[in-house]
Ligand binder design. Structure first.
Ligand SMILES: [Zn+2]
Length: 712
């Protein structure tokens, strides 16, 4: 891993954020622009996973179990019972109802599940009905607004809720929802703004805790409203929120400029704050052209890279804690981090056009996010570990006392990590495709089975991306157009496809052909092969750009030929990966049912204690009628995972000791039944060579992901 990163770092120095040299205060031009939610639809395994989650996962029953979304506090403004009349806990339900709105809107629209769509529409209507004459759309009664002293979630409740409402607006075209969100943001902009009240400065309190700094997510609403309406007041508000945070005393402040620009300060704070905030300096740089934001954005991503686990999530058993430890594969990550890191990376890929961010998004989604959930969507783990030998882990770790956080559970407590399991595939899908900044092209930024339908150069265009990627090395794009139209199709060149040591600009015969932009039929570099009949193909930064006059039925085929890489992990061991997939040895496991969540109705829920918590280990009889169970896993008797990677000569001409192999799996459910693996040999404790097949780590429950090298 470290080796690859150095090469990528070098590339950045050469390419520099995709924008060339800027003079101060000149706004850089983003390379791509987001498309509205709903423009990109999932296909293949992603669609199948979303449909399964919506139909038989925990999602359709989630509100029966999760008390944090049941009280409808936008309407009652009665706060969570925990806080009674205290402002301290007033926020809790509001923030979770916001997460619920965003989950419902996105998952229902992409899955087109009827029951879920109905539930989402009901929740939208409830929220809109709760809006006051003055525009306020939130959970606080009038006397508690604008007077927060300690903890509150005024801003993040609005942030998550309005993102869900905007997705609903874009996915359904319901104009009253956009109007409601604009009025609601208007209330915040009228009260918390330049020359008005600060949100993040609370001088009367010595320390303002993390829930307040989640409020930075309101920048995402401002950013999205600016994209939708073009109203610069929203862009300015996004900047004000970040500036206000800089001046304020809210805790969890690694994303402040003064902290980012301090090279001695690593990412330390709660990982979810960090990963959800990473995108903000990038937005600020593109909104202002102020070089301090560019430096801050680069620093934020550098510090992220230093905390990356082999599965491509940041370590975060609540805190990142990079100042005192390395991201070893025994360190947990919180499920929320997978979603927020993926989204931040894609937002950054949009602006910069740099492949390394889309590479990270793919890898985080395909590895860390899948490795922390069950393929059927009935449960995920709050904390997940790359080398997961038992669940919960042994020996004791920092959070061993909270064993439930390591179990697979239908509802996590706190339930943030459950919501983010529902949200990650929709955010990934949305940003797989983008338009080029000049509007004259479409870009496949992150790969996977999908379909994009939009207008390009005034003409309706649909591109179908048919592939089993990342389980397959081949992608076929089929274009449908209202009438023949010329535009550019941008195809990302993944960093992993570029062989180490390869001179990127080397003029192979194929590359020479690319120089001749007329009728380049087949472009083949070492990195990938693009086949596009009668098209001109050129390289632009991290993309191949295919230009032609497109007619319906035209196709473009992309083929990768990734090598098996041994990536050094922070514990000195190596993870095996190929393309964007990380592979692991699956450890045969015994499953223990700990809790059963009956789906018949709220009255039938069987859990120890409060459904939200229920962390104590209570082994109860499995209910065969309920698919929703909390489970823990222990290795089966005799299971073995103590192996060394067999030492073989490396470098040019070395034989590969692991080779890709096709497995008889299910292409629509590859995380349950993998369709590909790596087959090779490792050495056991007795020095014997053992043939083994590794599978994508997202297909495993207990697993070993990194292995030491034996002595040559
Ligand atoms: Zn979480």
């Amino acid at each position: 891993m470290m080796r690859g990163i150095r090469v990528i770092g070098l590339m950045v120095a050469v390419l520099g954020w995709g924008t060339g040299v800027m003079s101060a205060a000149e706004r850089p031009v983003p390379v791509f622009e987001e498309l509205p939610f709903g423009t990109v639809r999932p296909g293949g395994w992603i669609q199948a996973q979303l449909e399964r989650d919506a139909a038989t996962g925990v999602l359709p029953d989630f509100d029966k179990f999760c008390t944090a979304v049941q009280r409808r506090v936008f309407a009652s403004k009665a706060g969570a019972p925990k806080g009674q009349n205290s402002t301290e806990y007033w926020f809790y339900d509001g923030a979770h109802e916001g997460y619920w709105m965003d989950s419902l809107a996105r998952a229902s629209i992409l899955s087109q599940d009827e029951a879920l769509l109905e539930k989402a529409e009901d929740f939208v209507n409830y929220l809109l009905e709760s809006q006051e004459e003055n525009g306020y759309l939130g959970v606080y009664p009038p006397e508690l607004r604008l007077s927060h002293v300690g903890d509150d979630e005024e801003f993040c409740t609005a942030g998550w809720t309005y993102m869900g409402l905007l997705a609903w607006y874009e996915g359904t075209g319901d104009a009253r929802v956009l109007e409601a969100v604009e009025r609601a943001m208007g209330w915040y902009m009228d009260h918390y703004n330049r020359g008005k009240q600060s949100y993040f400065s609370r001088p009367e309190v010595p320390f303002v805790s993390g829930p307040v700094s989640h409020g930075l997510v309101l920048t995402e609403v401002a950013h999205t409203l600016y994209r939708i309406t073009g109203n610069e007041a929203y862009r300015d508000y996004m900047l004000w929120i970040y500036e206000d945070f800089e001046q304020g005393n809210a805790g969890g402040d690694d994303i402040k400029l003064k902290r980012l620009l301090d090279p001695t300060r690593a990412a330390t704070q709660h990982g979810v704050h960090w990963t959800e905030q990473l995108r903000i300096p990038v937005w600020a740089w593109y909104a202002t052209g102020d070089p301090k934001y560019r430096e801050a954005a680069e620093a934020a991503w550098d510090k992220t890279r230093e905390a990356l686990l082999p599965s491509f999530c940041v370590m975060s058993d609540e805190g990142v804690g990079r100042e005192r430890r390395l991201p070893t594969p025994e360190t947990a990550y919180e499920y929320c981090d997978t979603m927020e890191l993926t989204a931040s990376a894609l937002y950054t890929a949009e602006k910069t056009g740099e492949s390394r961010f889309a590479d990270l998004a793919e890898r985080c989604f395909f590895n860390a996010a899948q490795a922390g959930r069950l393929p059927d969507g009935t449960a995920n783990s709050y904390f997940t570990i790359d080398n997961r030998y038992a669940m919960p882990p042994e020996p004791a770790t920092r959070f061993r006392h909270n064993a439930g956080h390591y179990w697979y559970r239908p509802v996590q407590g706190p339930p943030c990590c459950s919501f983010l399991m529902f949200r990650i595939a929709p955010y990934y899908t949305k940003m797989m495709w983008m338009k080029t900044a000049d509007g004259g092209g479409l870009a496949a930024v992150a790969y996977g089975p999908s379909r994009v339908s939009t207008k390009v150069n005034g003409t309706g265009v649909t591109i179908r991306e048919e592939t089993d990627y990342p389980f397959s090395d081949t992608i076929r794009f089929t274009v449908e157009v209202e009438r023949p139209v010329s535009f550019e199709l941008w195809l990302r060149r993944p960093g992993w496809a570029r062989r180490e040591g390869e001179a990127r600009e080397a003029l192979t015969p194929e590359a020479a052909l690319l120089r001749d932009r007329t009728r380049a039929h087949r472009a083949s570099q070492a990195d990938m092969t693009v086949t596009a009949p009668d098209a001109a193909i050129r390289k632009d930064g991290d993309y191949w750009v295919v230009s032609k006059q497109w007619k319906s039925g035209h196709t473009v085929t992309v083929e990768f030929s990734p090598v098996v890489e041994k990536a050094l992990a922070a514990n000195g061991e190596y993870a095996l990966r190929r393309g964007s997939l990380v592979y692991a040895l699956s450890i045969p496991a015994e499953e223990t049912c700990l809790q059963v969540w009956k789906t018949g109705g709220a009255g039938e829920v069987i859990t120890p204690g409060e459904a939200l918590g229920g962390l104590e280990e209570t082994v109860i009889e499995a209910d065969p009628d309920s698919r929703l169970q909390s489970r823990k896993y222990t290795p089966k008797e005799g299971a073995e995972w103590t192996y060394w990677i067999h030492a073989v000569p490396h470098g040019k001409g070395a034989r590969q000791d692991f080779e890709p192999v096709a497995l008889e799996g299910d292409p629509l459910n590859p995380w349950e039944e993998p369709t590909c693996g790596l087959r090779g040999r490792m050495v056991n404790g007795a020095g014997e060579e053992i043939p083994l097949t590794l599978v994508p780590m997202g297909s495993t429950i207990l697993r070993r992901t990194t292995f030491p090298k034996d002595n040559p």
